[in-house]
Ligand binder design. Sequence first.
Ligand code: OTU
Length: 651
Amino acid sequence: MTMIETRQLETEARRSLARILPRVEQTLRRSIAKEPQVWDQFTTRLNRNFPTLLALYADVYSDRYDLFHHLEDLVASMARSWFSRPQDLRELDNAREQDPHWFQSNHMLGGVCYVDLFANDLDGIRKKIPYFKELGLTYIHLMPLFKAREGENDGGYAVNSYREVHPPLGTMKELSSLAREFRKAGISLVLDLVFNHTSDEHIWAERAKAGDEEYMDFYRIFPDRELPSRYEQNLREIFPEEHAGAFSPFIINGKEHWVWTTFHSYQWDLNYANPAVFNRMAEEMLFLANQGVEVLRLDAVAFIWKQLGTNCENLPQAHTLIKAFNAVARIASPALIFKSEAIVHPDEVVRYISLEECQVSYNPLLMALLWNSLATRKTRLLSQALATRFKIQVGTAWVNYVRVHDDIGWTFSDEDATALGVNGYDHRRFLNEFYRGRFPGSFARGLPFQENPVTGDCRISGTCASLAGLEKALHEEGEKEVELAIRRILLIHGIVLTVGGIPLIYLGDEIGTLNDYSYRDDPARERDSRWVHRPRTDWEKYKKRKNLHSLEGHIFHGFRSMIELRKAQAVFSDGELETIPTGNDHILAFMRTHAGKRAVVFANFSEVPQTVPRRIIEQYSITSLKKLHGRNHVSPKNILVLEPLDFLVFG
Ligand code: OTU
């Protein structure tokens, strides 16, 4: 934007606020009289960020004759929300504005779990805070806990109300006091903002079903198949096993209509072409922020804007809307940051990451390529990805993980694979065969998810331990294979803990939890294999974590020693990563640098010993570093042999 455009925008913003603020002030006159300083805080941040918000909002909605009405409505919502924001969160706002990179510290460690599966309810989660502190968590993502439809609800991603906790789990009051307890324990609460869709039982959808035109315009509803069929010519099918295409039939006002349902039929995509949808979802976002949520996981960000003739993923307006939500947060909940959930081509994933959009993002490419390296025992794709796709905007951070509640999708770039002589389509077929345990010599026990016989697409479900070979080893093989499986679990988590960014552990993986096949007996879950890796926590297993002779203790001890290593070394906070070309395809090697400190990591992805070439030892002066983790030392002749599946750190 040129200087003149900026000045024009600032003038426009000032004029708009001059018209809007007196009316908003009038509606809040009693609150302002009671807390004038709170109004001053609000107007200070509003004046600072409104030009940005106005530009973004107008960019999407400038064709609306009622733009100004919706803009005023949005400012009023932000003002009301700011006055409702608890004082301790306003103090957190100030602290985070002073320390905007708080989440880049090497002390950060994330955990994710379902409230009911991990500890029955919110009170149960509260009682696990001592365990979260023992593990070293500073970030806890509680899977969707909002009031959801009964029966099938996509693991809570079909939300009936963002204002209520799903009754069996507790209440919103309990959630906000839990968030306060987490903060006292140095743990940031992370929740989902499921903002691409609501359940078909959300009040907005109920009103639409009753034929209320205002709420029918909250969704993408068509009177016949004409436009849906045209859209579908370019759309991906996300849940083909549940319904073909991206639309589902519903009777509205006694007539059949077609509703946009990217995911399950009971998940209705919201219509962000309607500014009222943006404004209402902004209110839900600020409501959750005022409960003490510090990071919102923006679910299915890629899908929120639709345009005929495109694949309706990752469109420019989707980015503009997320930046507008970010600007709303800067004004009315400054401590809040966004985590992008875009499981798409790596070129697109990185476009969601910036201080103005999503400050942090899942790193699905690293996740997929860690499993690729375990299966192929080769690290070229992984090393290439770290060298060419790991660096992101200063001040932002990856959330690095080996798996979460979802399926594993092979989202590497075909162009990158071709550059290494690998055919992307064929290689995905191999990986799906391997992780289903159907490829000769596979150690994995995973299940297919949303297999699409037409396109050949398939994703994989499974816990870390079952995909890494522990399930097969325990049931069919011996001690040696059990040890190798444990090393695979620790190897890929070791990389996640040292590569940079926020490491995220699916809770249960730190004690080697295996697949749970009981979901097959539950009619609401039997068709979704992702429930195989969402087992109910076995606290008897957790009790063994202190017994080093137990399997759980062996794995837990391995996690704890790597977590302590990360927290002890500032070099593992933000900073640089440089891949080291060892010339040995079985070894991944990289150097981390930060504030004059450096650390070198070697990871052997094969089940046989591998030697690091002497020239590497000398070129990177490894002998001048201390060995911080792993089984072997550098020999006097500068020879370093990595044991099978070993993970070594020098620093
Ligand atoms: C997300 O999923 C959630 O993580 C899934 O648990 C939900 O089923 C889904 O949205 C609908 O809310 O948005 O970027 O492949 O990995 O749909 C893609 C299935 C998503 C999920 C994918 C992902």
